[in-house]
Design a binder for this molecule. Structure first.
Ligand SMILES: *[C@@H]1O[C@H](CO)[C@@H](O)[C@H](O)[C@H]1NC(C)=O
Ligand SMILES: *[C@@H]1O[C@H](CO)[C@@H](O)[C@H](O)[C@H]1NC(C)=O
Length: 343
């Protein structure tokens, strides 16, 4: 045992040497490895506002065609929004199928704020790759393909029991309306006969992956108060500002009660209703900003509310209607429940 331990460093040294040697060989050959394939995918600019879907789909289709038994199909949801569907047929295709989803597009990049150009997929000597969309979520789309390739390489006779589908959707980052939103209405979606679906999750720096099976629904909510306008020097009741500020106090208390549960360790962030003010809109504009001696007749505030699946939507609506924007305080509200929305 002791003898073995003593020899280990030598062995380790040789391993290191051979590793770095093969690494440099690979670099020289511009080799075709999972990393280089990932880099090539990252170099295709699919960031908004002009995602190059055609090039990305061509690239993925070519890669998929190099893997046995994968069938590909492109569906145009709009003339400029194509989707790529890959299918790995199962031995019993009548069973409900499995879908692995990812999206082609990414949020915009501001190149001048990047250490390496966002579409260079530059790899540093310590193995980090810099690219817009690397985590969200091109790594996932590539891992699906690499995993299927690896399974088939290790066992060329392997056939999944069920049909396995891999989907690359456009427009996820802008709400999914011309992406998944349109696809789920097509007969092609129904024909998939899905039993289980996996979508993007969170990036992990190691081999541990967190799986989650629920998400919160965004309620984009605007409350508005109206009241008699008046001079800034005058004290009187029920101005728009006063009514809105009363609501802000109530909402702040609600927010604190939720956050307190998280701080006390009683609930996870994702388990409480989060309410964050995102805009305030009031005041009478003047050439230098706002009139400082005018009490305005209208005031509104916007909130990003996130509802966990366990929260009661009816109760929340009641709270908004009765406490946050009560009609008797001359307030109105609008809730925009965004089912398909980019996070
Ligand atoms: C997409 O990328 C390809 C290859 O780089 C390029 O030829 C094409 O013009 C691009 N299309 C758009 C719409 O930018
Ligand atoms: C609501 O508006 C009405 C009509 O302008 C007004 O008489 C009343 O005082 C207002 N109430 C509140 C609470 O602002």
């Amino acid at each position: 045992m002791f003898d073995h331990l003593q020899r280990l460093p030598v062995l380790f040294f040789f391993l290191l040497l051979s590793l770095s040697f093969s690494e440099s060989l690979h670099e020289n050959k511009e080799s075709d490895t999972p990393i280089s394939r990932f880099q090539q995918y990252l170099r295709i600019n699919t960031a908004h506002p002009n995602p190059n879907y055609t090039t990305a789909i061509n690239y993925l289709t070519n890669f998929a065609n190099s893997i046995p038994n994968l069938h590909s199909k492109v569906i145009h949801l709009t003339p400029t929004s194509p989707l790529l569907l890959l299918t790995w047929p199962g031995s019993n295709p009548s069973l409900p199928s499995i879908l692995f989803n990812s999206h082609l597009d990414s949020v915009p990049a501001e190149p001048d704020k990047w250490i390496h150009p966002p579409f260079s997929a530059h790899k540093t000597s310590d193995g980090r790759i810099f690219a817009r969309g690397a985590q969200d979520d091109k790594c996932i789309g590539m891992q699906y393909l690499e995993a299927i390739k690896a399974i088939q390489t290790s066992d060329s006779k392997f056939v999944p029991l069920r049909n396995v589908h891999i989907l690359y959707v456009p427009e996820e980052e802008v709400g999914g309306f011309d992406g998944m939103g349109k696809f789920v209405q097509l007969k092609e979606f129904e024909e998939l006969n899905l039993g289980f679906m996996m979508d993007e999750g969170q990036a992990s720096p190691n081999d541990e992956f967190r799986v989650f099976y629920a998400d919160r629904t965004p309620w984009h909510t605007v409350i508005k108060a109206v009241g008699t306008p008046g001079h800034g020097s005058k004290l009187y009741d029920n101005t728009a500002m006063e009514n809105l500020m009363k609501s802000m106090e109530v909402i702040t208390k609600f927010r604190e009660s939720m956050f307190d549960m998280v701080k006390a360790g009683l609930a996870a962030n994702s388990e409480v209703i989060s309410v964050n003010p995102v805009f305030l809109n009031a005041g009478t504009p003047s050439p230098t900003g706002f009139m400082m001696n005018m009490q305005p007749s209208e005031a509104e505030a916007g909130f990003d509310i996130r509802m966990p699946p366990t929260a009661d939507p009816e109760l929340m609506r009641k709270i908004i209607e009765e406490q946050w924007a009560p009609a008797w305080r001359n307030m109105t509200y609008k809730v925009n429940v965004a089912f398909l929305y980019a996070y």
